[in-house]
Design a protein around this ligand. Structure first.
Ligand SMILES: Nc1ncnc2c1ncn2[C@@H]1O[C@H](COP(=O)(O)OP(=O)(O)OP(=O)(O)O)[C@@H](O)[C@H]1O
Ligand SMILES: [Mg+2]
Length: 288
């Protein structure tokens, strides 16, 4: 179920003095099964873009085609679209509203008309997928920690069994362990066949997970490619206020100082291997 954006432009408050052009002629296609990372400085249009993927926002001009269906077409089945393309908001408080965790996660499938006997099965399955213990089922979502609340929001979307999972900054505000756990769940969901679109400010995170990155600045796509291709453009990224992963920076620095090491390294493991390879070939000997 590919999603195609054709010359998508989006204005908030069009025709008023406060009009803001949040997306400007965006063209891209999201292919089945891919893991797409969306990056860009604050205010660059990331959240606006992803809300177009399930018809929550429709373009001011241009078209979004989900599996060939134009989200702006009269009579477009938006409910079905939102089931297929699950969107987890940037702030989970915007998404979670029922009195108990169970009710909250059950809300989507209930709305879709899923038979009652299947709902509990779906809720349990979704909770397991995001590592929420059953003991939280009857709790109010508003008594949970930030990390647990994010998982509830994610589980609520998964309970609709979407084909595409769209996540807006899923690790914001989590501690390192919470981040690792959530990313592990997302990675496994992708491995199970879900198409994933993830907005992130964390370059290491997207470098590790995404097959392809799209970089937005002022509502326009300024760069796209594999993480290696994108992070090779360190200067362009820095000029729009983004960073490259620390390990990539370190390798560039070593190279400047005369070590003939590769600089297209994205993870600590790769950097370790590359430095070991270099040291093994020098008189200093290898890293033990
Ligand atoms: N509801 C709104 N009304 C008016 N303008 C808005 C609204 N939401 C966003 N904007 C504006 O649209 C532009 C894009 O905002 P958007 O939230 O898509 O950026 P973002 O890349 O998600 O930023 P962040 O990294 O801070 O989440 C910004 O200039 C923002 O101020
Ligand atoms: Mg945002």
């Amino acid at each position: 179920m590919p999603i195609e954006l054709q010359h998508v432009t989006y204005d908030y408050m069009p025709g008023t003095p406060s009009q803001v052009r949040a997306l400007d002629d965006v063209c891209m296609t999201i292919q089945d099964g891919e893991f797409l990372g969306l990056i860009g400085p604050t205010g660059s249009g990331k959240s606006t873009l992803i809300q177009h993927l399930n018809g929550l926002l429709v373009p001011t001009s241009g078209r979004v085609l989900v599996d060939g269906l134009d989200t702006r077409a009269k009579g477009a089945d938006l409910r079905r679209l939102r089931q297929k393309v699950g969107l987890v908001f940037q702030y989970p408080e915007d998404q979670v509203f029922e009195e108990t965790v169970y009710e909250d996660i059950a809300f989507g499938p209930k709305n879709l008309g899923v038979p009652a006997e299947e709902i509990e099965e779906r809720v349990r399955e979704a909770m397991a997928l995001v590592g929420l213990p059953d003991s939280l089922m009857k709790r109010s979502p508003f008594e949970l920690s930030g990390g647990q609340l994010r998982r509830v929001a994610l589980a609520g979307v998964l309970a609709m069994r979407p084909e595409v999972l769209v996540l807006d900054e899923p690790t914001a505000g989590l501690d390192p362990l919470g981040k690792r756990e959530i990313l592990g769940h997302i990675r496994r969901l992708h491995e199970r066949g879900l198409t994933v679109v993830m907005v992130s400010h964390n370059m290491e995170e997207v470098a590790r997970l995404a097959d392809r990155l799209v970089v937005l600045d002022h509502g326009r796509i300024v760069l796209s490619g594999t993480p290696r291709e994108v992070f090779a453009q360190g200067e362009l990224l820095e000029s729009i206020g983004l960073d490259i992963p620390d390990v990539t920076k370190m390798m560039r620095e070593l190279r400047k100082r005369g070590w003939p090491v590769r600089t297209d390294v994205l993870t600590l493991e790769e950097a370790y291997e590359e430095i070991s390879r270099y040291l093994a070939g020098t008189k200093a000997g290898g890293v033990r």
